[in-house]
Each structure stands twice: as C-alpha cells, then as structure tokens.
Design a protein around this ligand. Structure first.
Ligand code: HEC
Length: 112
C-alpha cells in the first residue's frame, strides 16, 4: 500500500520539478536579453529623452545625438559645476558621476 502510493507520487514530483526548471529559464532569459540590448550608456541616456527626444525629432530642445564626446562632457561638467546657474540641466547633471557621464555621452555621440 505504502509502496504503491510513493510510486504514484514519483511522476508528480518529476512534473513539478520540470515546471519549476522551465519557469526558471522563462524568467531568467528575458532579463539576459534585455541586458544585451540596453548597454549602460543607453539606459542612463533614457533619462534625457523626456525632454531632448530620442533622436533629431525633439522640437524646442537641443539635439544631443551625434555630437562629440568631448563637447558633451564639457557641457555636462559645466552644468554640474553650477557655472550655468541653477537650471533644469544643472539638477540633471548632478545626478551622474564622471564615469556615468562618460558612458552616457559616449552612447549619445555614437547615435546618428
Ligand atoms: C526636464 C527636461 C530636460 C531633461 C530631462 C534633460 N535636459 Fe538637457 N536641457 C534642457 C533644457 C531646458 C536645456 C536648455 C537650457 C539650459 O541650458 O539649461 C538643455 C540643454 C542641454 C544641453 C546644452 C545644449 C547646447 O548645446 O546648448 C545639453 C548638452 C544637455 N541639455 C544634455 C542633457 C543630457 C545629457 C540629459 C540627460 C542626462 C538631459 N540634457 C536631460 C532640458 C532637459
């Protein structure tokens, strides 16, 4: 009797285990794909697009893409230093470290 019950449970345990393994891969696979398509620079720059637009199409705001890394770095550091006053951009620039700014402007500069 006891033996019979455990032999019926075995396939059930295998099924539960299989579902667990499959769902683990389903959950982990998209996040890996996302990492590949969203490098840090692009992710950091997504904050800028609320105002500047993701491309040339950003009426009323300066285009950011395709400019030189040095020019963008200089402008962002100037905003961060407060030399441009207490503007929206000064607030934004304060949120990034030098390393993050470099990642961000390198990505912007690489976009046409
Ligand atoms: C809330 C809106 C807003 C967001 C978000 C924003 N900006 Fe700006 N940005 C502005 C405005 C307004 C100006 C022009 C006025 C000024 O100089 O403060 C500007 C100007 C600039 C300029 C100077 C352009 C030039 O040639 O004169 C640069 C460079 C710039 N932004 C980069 C960025 C980057 C990089 C980000 C993301 C980290 C960003 N901005 C996010 C509003 C925004």
């Amino acid at each position: 009797m006891g033996l019979e019950r455990s032999s019926k449970l075995q396939p059930l345990c295998c099924a539960v285990l299989a579902i667990f393994i499959v769902s683990f891969f389903c959950v982990s696979a998209p996040s890996q794909a996302q990492q590949r398509t969203s490098p840090p620079g692009r992710l950091l720059a997504s904050n800028c697009f609320h105002c500047h637009g993701p491309s040339d199409v950003s009426p009323g705001f300066e285009r950011l893409t395709g400019k030189s890394v040095n020019k963008l770095m200089k402008e962002m550091r100037k905003y961060r230093s407060g030399a441009e006053g207490d503007s929206i951009m000064a607030r934004h620039a304060l949120g990034y470290t030098d390393e993050q700014l470099r990642e961000l402007v390198q990505w912007l500069s690489s976009q046409r």
